[in-house]
Design a protein around this ligand. Structure first.
Ligand SMILES: CC(C)(COP(=O)(O)OP(=O)(O)OC[C@H]1O[C@@H](n2cnc3c(N)ncnc32)[C@H](O)[C@@H]1OP(=O)(O)O)[C@@H](O)C(=O)NCCC(=O)NCCS
Length: 119
């Protein structure tokens, strides 16, 4: 698994309880996953998020923490690519969230699935 992306948790990233807001974290994961998926594909410039499996918030992040977002390819389809994701504390390595499957689909100019060239 590659941990390319890091984030520094700031006040605007918190929920009303003072810990990292889950929606913010999912947004970071979705963007990082899309970039990672595009980088794996020969012909995958028009990817959309199709599916995310069960999301397990294992522990919480807090203001000032540095977290890292890890991605790995779980599999290639014709038009789809499936990733695994883990977010963890950069220093302690404690897992914050894990997602077994994030599926992206490569689309043509008309919004129809099209082979991405890696099947
Ligand atoms: C992406 C979209 C065009 C796919 O349409 P569709 O009718 O499901 O297309 P298909 O049935 O031909 O499936 C396309 C691929 O997605 C995969 N797929 C479809 N539904 C899936 C699901 N629930 N879980 C996992 N993979 C799925 C199929 O296996 C296929 O993969 P393959 O070509 O590698 O074999 C359509 O669902 C869509 O536009 N969704 C909205 C996407 C979006 O707006 N995302 C948020 C913003 S990025």
């Amino acid at each position: 698994m590659n941990f390319y992306s890091r984030k520094w948790i700031k006040p605007e990233d918190l929920n009303p309880n003072g810990s990292l807001f889950g929606g913010r974290l999912l947004s970071w994961i979705d963007e990082e996953a899309a970039i990672f998926a595009m980088c794996q594909l020969a012909n995958g410039n028009h990817l959309v998020t199709k599916y995310m499996s069960e999301i397990d918030f294992v522990s919480s992040g807090k203001q000032g923490d540095i977290i890292e977002v890890g991605m790995a390819v779980a599999g290639y389809g014709n038009s789809s690519i499936t990733l695994r994701a883990v977010v963890r504390n950069k220093i302690t390595k404690e897992v914050i969230i894990s997602i077994d499957k994030i599926v992206f689909v490569n689309l043509d100019a008309n919004g129809k699935p099209v082979p991405h060239g890696m099947a």
